[in-house]
Design a protein around this ligand. Sequence first.
Ligand code: NAD
Ligand code: ZN
Length: 381
Amino acid sequence: MKAVVYEGPRKVVVKDVPDATIEKPTDVLVKITTTNICGSDLHMYEGRTGVEQGKIFGHENMGVVVEAGDAVWRVKQGDRVCLPFNIACGCCHNCERGLTGFCLHANPDPEMAGAAYGYANMGPYAGGQADLLRVPWADFNCLILPEDAEEKENDYVMLSDIFPTGYHATELARLRPGDNVVIYGAGPVGLMAAHSAVIKGAAKVMVVDMHKDRLALAEKMGAIPIDDSDGSAVQQVKDMTEGKGADCGCECVGYQCCGHHGKEEPNLTMNNLVQSVKATGRIGVVGVFVPQDPNGIDPLEKEGKLAFDFGQFFTKGQSMGTGQANVKTYNRMLARLIHEGKANPSMIVSHELPLAEAPDGYRHFNARDEGWTKVLLKPGR
Ligand code: NAD
Ligand code: ZN
């Protein structure tokens, strides 16, 4: 089969690899129809993680079941399924509590609770940017899609990660109807947090970024765009909230490589959040901060640390929630919203490319080139 394979910093290639197969009786094999490039892939692409050469990327996957292991009873050949990026066993201490992003069985490394397809330090699993994908514990992990699965493919594929992740950001921030919320980052995840906040009935949804094309999408989904090119985001949020600050906030940026935000300085979103959220407000962090960033702009970043004003955070009595989204907690409910036409996450899709063009997709998306908001790879084409 063909697959997108990591060869080194800023180098992915599409090449022939051995076909994925059923390895355990609880597996299914899925023929991939759509697999997205994610901002999380860029941490590996940029060389910011210890991902090994030869890893097949791809954790935002959807397709058709072509084979089922002997112990699989719920999922059937021919089912159209969307796969949460978290691989979870369904029966460990964490999975039983809905914390599928922190499964204790799927990742053999006890320090790194949680597993994913095609990701550094997230277990030995291959990714789905390929013709075929092996799905472990398939009865637990597969979301079987309704009859409009093909018609709304580009909506449903967002349930693999970014729509639940954006929603998770608003849950971590404890967003309630009528709240004013500020979201840092208008990448795919920030835009999905904005979409979720609008759906949940937030009063003002303020989205901060420096890229006009991405801010325009935020505005299209009913949010207020805030351009931070001049570093005035905190003041703009204050001006829009009678000087009080937002009720809650979401961090949807994470580590960014040098120059992405147009300034030769470390990522300051955490401090901006502390300043633009009111005292006692809650902050949800879904942007990924990798343990070490060899490409970090300042020495702290290189060590995986973050310049963060804990004193102000404490003085304001704020609180924070962090981490990977437990996709399965949200994907059933969000699938219904898509089915009923009440959510349309595909509005952020900018490109649909055949698998062979993945290297181009990575290059443009990594550069945040204008108009390259969300890239979907279509292996069948
Ligand atoms: P992305 O990296 O393109 O989006 C980040 C956006 O933040 C960009 O539009 C960029 O211009 C903007 N930005 C950069 N610096 C900023 C600043 N100082 N203030 C405001 N905006 C700034 O892609 P993405 O797919 O949206 O991913 C965002 C983050 O979410 C990444 O760190 C990714 O790893 C993470 N993520 C986390 C989870 C999870 O489960 N927690 C899942 C998926 C992605
Ligand atoms: Zn992702």
